[in-house]
Design a protein around this ligand. Sequence first.
Ligand SMILES: [Zn+2]
Length: 235
Amino acid sequence: MTDLLYLRDAYLHSFEATVLALDEARIALDRTAFYPTGGGQPHDTGELRWDGGSARVTGVQKKNDVVWHTLEGVAPAVDTAVAGTIDWDRRHQLMRTHSAMHIVCGVVLNEWNTLVTGNNMEPLAGRIDLDFDPLPDGFADTLQAAVNAAIATDHPIEVAFLSRAVALADDALIRTKVNLIPESVSEIRVVDIVGLDKQADGGTHVRSTGEIGRFEITKIESKGKANKRVRFTVA
Ligand SMILES: [Zn+2]
């Protein structure tokens, strides 16, 4: 299995690892800071170097407990020691975007008692699907102001690993349906925007909301009954 370094330290952007397995242009590593696509957050890109070679990492996927890195060019052999570097500017933009997304979740839940039903993001832009029909009056202005106020307040963002029993006993987590996580998952990673939003999450986040920048709603679309899609940017 792969040790998922990004779960404990989102700011780690270079690391050393060993090749575990090879599958055509993809390699599995024993540890990685590369985030694999998941939870609405796209995978990292970057570079791997080893004695006598290097390759760009153009895709990252997690299958069961193993992270596979798609390489451009010739892959190193099994057991090769590699040094990885992720494209930090892009990743940090994704962290800002992902944390902004969680602020939206918190605001929507606190203000309107509504859950986010879907999301997707790219660096500095995202979309969120909400179960509203119709949208409340003044929704966009209220949401944008509340998110920017939360950014200005600079809430700390903390990551914790909780036992399933502790997570299920937390009212804030139950609101976000943590009980729907499969019972086979015994340890639950929780991302807590202190005082605003707490949810089970595997993504990478900034240390505090002040790092996000300015949040702007660019478009709201209706995607059928009880589904409103909010598009936003971070600058
Ligand atoms: Zn998330």
